[in-house]
Design a binder for this molecule. Structure first.
Ligand code: NAG
Ligand code: NAG
Ligand code: NAG
Length: 319
């Protein structure tokens, strides 16, 4: 009986060492195990130690244990897209020193504490989109000095930590669309001014003075702002859109004068074409680009006393 089973299985075993997986090579000829949608909740036994690419998308992993991947001494890529991983365990020691690509999109991550990825200091690409990430720390990405692509779109990020980009001197592509970001900290890009691909659309940007650093940055680096539609990308600085102050949306604020030239322009909600809003205790006023500090109060259209209209709306002075 056992002999019969062995005979029956042996031709299969020579092709696929592990049931549910198949081995091949990636485009750069790295040995790869593809275990897509095979129902695994941990790494199955029997995978060659020389494997460099491990694909487990659409499986049932509920945790990510760095050390369980250590047997693959030359591991290059781990794909855990669409699993059920709720957290990553911070580790300061470099457990996976060769890992370059980590895919954790479509999992259940909620927060990423300091040193979340210090276990893999050679990462060049990190995919964390479509999770429930609400909070990041200044040191979440500590140790990732080679990271070029950081994918954080479709999460619930509200605050960009001031120092978040500091550990990332090699960053080239930053995906942050579809989050809940209102404000960018001043000097956020100070460690690496030039980031060639920035995706910051679909966030509720609050366009007041607190965003003036970002406004300036956007003006200086317009061509680095992109949107994407599947694999197609295009440069679009106007993709960064103001969600507030609320009067931008409210036609009645201006006593029905929303058709006025400058009001209409503001109502496009594009920061790039928008003037900064500056508020003091009593009123908020749009400030034109060539208006220097101290001369707040001028608007493009001097024929209307817009200051009064704005003064009448205390909602606009919240920031
Ligand atoms: C992995 O295998 C699945 C089918 O099992 C296939 O659809 C997918 O394209 C493969 N992935 C790669 C990166 O080749
Ligand atoms: C990041 O560091 C700055 C400066 O030390 C600090 O003010 C801020 O609260 C920190 N932010 C987070 C989210 O930890
Ligand atoms: C404001 O007025 C414009 C032009 O009449 C109209 O298209 C737009 O929908 C109005 N916006 C709101 C929020 O009512």
């Amino acid at each position: 009986m056992w002999l019969f089973v062995l005979v029956l299985l042996s031709p299969v075993t020579t092709v696929t060492a592990v049931t549910g997986c198949h081995s091949d090579r990636d485009k750069d000829d790295r040995p790869r195990q593809n275990c897509t949608a095979a129902g695994f909740s941990s790494i199955p036994a029997g995978i060659e130690r020389s494997t460099k690419v491990l694909l487990f998308p659409r499986n049932l992993f509920t945790s990510l244990s760095w050390s369980s991947f250590q047997v693959f001494e030359a591991i290059y890529e781990i794909d855990l897209t669409d699993n059920k991983v709720p957290e990553v365990t911070p580790r300061v020691s470099p457990t996976l020193p060769t890992l370059s690509v980590l895919r954790l999109g479509w999992n259940r991550l909620k927060s990423l504490p300091a040193d979340s990825f210090s276990a893999c200091p050679a990462l060049t690409e990190l995919y964390l989109d479509n999770n429930n990430i609400e909070s990041l720390s200044n040191h979440t990405f500590s140790g990732l000095s080679k990271l070029e692509i950081l994918e954080l779109s479709s999460n619930r990020i509200k605050l960009l930590p001031e120092l978040m980009l500091h550990p990332l001197p090699a960053i080239e592509t930053l995906f942050l669309e579809s989050n809940k970001i209102k404000v960018m900290p001043d000097n956020w890009f100070e460690k690496k001014e030039e980031v060639p691909y920035l995706y910051l659309s679909i966030n509720p940007w609050a366009c007041s003075c607190s965003l003036s650093y970002f406004h300036q940055y956007l003006g200086d680096h317009e061509l680095n702002f992109y949107v994407r539609d599947g694999p197609n990308i295009r440069s679009d600085a106007e993709s960064v859109v103001c969600d507030s102050p609320p009067f931008l949306k409210d036609n009645s604020t201006f006593g029905g004068r929303a058709q006025d030239r400058w009001v209409k322009r503001l109502a496009h909600f594009h920061i790039s074409s928008l003037m900064e809003f500056c508020c003091d205790v009593n009123y908020c006023l749009p400030k034109t680009r060539n208006n220097h500090a101290g001369s707040v109060g001028h608007t493009i259209d001097n024929s209307h006393d817009s200051r009064q209209h704005l003064t009448h709306d205390p909602r606009t002075c919240s920031s």
